[in-house]
Design a binder for this molecule. Structure first.
Ligand SMILES: Cc1ncc(COP(=O)(O)O)c(C=O)c1O
Length: 393
């Protein structure tokens, strides 16, 4: 139940649920098909090399690094959560110190901080785009609960970020910066500080489970690679505390096939995004992320709604067979796992949690699914307004 100006908003339940013409899913992965993988799987068969930095992983990392400016290196890692944690570990940050993190992120970011032996300090984000900025963090550093040794800014739902500004923040403060660009495969293509991109099946370039870290600092990349491989550096001497978080040749096969398809996958995402944008242009209260589907794309569409409308609209859409998702829930600080960690003033995060919603979006979205989504959203917003007016009388 949402509260607007202290008045509980409840939905009318008496409307008949229409006969559903098939649900519209909130997301459908755009993964390579078996036939796309075959040439790569045959290469694995002939080489008889299945993991431990085999030829497909080497090629996949080389092709990923070409997306970044010259001099950037890439290491692939088992998944994004582990990757973030291992970067923090490679930076040798003192155990028990604080790592600032926007609460407006997926819980994985905070789990990674805990796994690295650090404590999350949840900070607020900018209302305009939901992102933590160097200025925002600088302004609240004096209120930190203890020594802050790191920060993980997040590319909100894959949107572009000013990474040079974060590099400047790191030089000025000595606080180490690691970027969580889990959904930023398309938009985040520079790495003056370490950048993690997830390759989970739900992301725009998906391989199932996987991630990569890009960085200009070759020493950090070498160390990180060793940490993914028992601390070995080309021999069998374990030089540091480490784990096994390598990608197998099979995952790299999916990655190479996904990269082959990427130009067309990206166009399909862009095309679906444009159709959805056209439909949503009839609903001026619905805000899209700046540049989404025009300058950059991701595998999700997260819209801004009138204040306090998320929960109501989510339930209304469900009644119409339209799946939606509050991808980041109520903010990380509200998750039971993190309730006992310190948090600053999180007014913007709380407001975003109550006014944003992930609506259906995928590369293969059909015009009919777009129409149904837009119509259902339009009806839900109309009912929200009627109810809000009624409850404020
Ligand atoms: C913001 C953010 N960070 C980290 C992750 C974790 O990535 P992975 O699923 O590859 O572990 C995700 C996953 O969706 C995410 O959205």
């Amino acid at each position: 139940m949402s509260l607007v100006k202290g008045v509980p908003l409840t939905r009318r339940r008496e409307r008949a649920v229409p006969e559903l013409a098939g649900k519209v899913p909130v997301s459908t992965p755009a993964m390579p098909r078996a036939a796309d993988l075959l040439p790569y799987l045959e290469r694995i068969d002939s080489a008889g090399w299945y993991s431990n930095f085999g030829p497909l992983v080497v090629e996949f990392e080389a092709r990923l690094s070409q997306r970044f400016e010259a001099g950037t290196q890439v290491v692939t890692i088992a998944n994004g959560t582990i990757a973030l944690s291992l970067v923090l570990q490679a930076l040798e940050l003192p155990a028990g110190a604080y790592c600032a993190v926007p609460s407006w992120t997926f819980v994985a970011t905070a789990h990674a901080i805990r796994m690295a032996g650090l404590k999350p300090w949840f900070v607020d984000v900018e209302p305009v785009n939901g992102a933590l900025t160097p200025e925002g963090l600088s302004a609240c550093l004096l209120d930190a609960p203890g020594p802050v040794v790191g920060v993980i800014p997040v590319a909100v739902m894959g949107q572009p970020m000013d990474l040079s500004a974060w590099q400047g923040f790191e030089s000025r403060t000595g606080i180490r910066v690691v970027i969580d660009a889990a959904a930023g495969f398309d938009a985040v293509i520079e790495a003056p500080v370490p950048v993690m991109v997830s390759l989970h099946a739900t992301k725009s370039l998906g391989i199932g489970e996987g991630a990569f870290v890009a960085c200009r600092d070759g020493d950090l990349i070498r160390k990180l690679r060793a940490i993914t491989n028992f601390g070995f550096m080309g021999d069998r001497i374990s030089r540091q505390e480490a784990t096994n978080a390598k990608l197998s040749e099979y995952s790299a096969a999916v990655g190479l096939a996904a990269l082959d398809m990427w130009p067309s996958t990206r166009l399909r995402y862009m095309n679906a995004a444009r159709m959805l944008r056209i439909g949503l242009s009839a609903l001026p209260v619905v805000a899209l992320q700046e540049g989404w589907g025009l300058d950059w794309v991701s595998s999700t569409c997260v819209v801004g709604l009138p204040s306090g409308a998320s929960e109501f609209v989510e339930a209304e859409l469900a009644d119409q067979g339209i799946d939606s998702r509050r991808w980041w829930g109520l903010g990380c600080h509200r998750a039971p796992a993190f309730q006992n960690f310190p948090a600053g003033d999180l007014r913007v995060t709380e407001a975003l949690a109550a006014s944003t919603l992930g609506i259906p979006f995928f590369a293969s979205m059909e015009p009919d699914q777009i129409n149904r989504t837009v119509n259902a959203l339009s009806g839900a917003l109309h009912r929200f307004e009627v109810m809000r007016k009624g409850s404020s009388k």
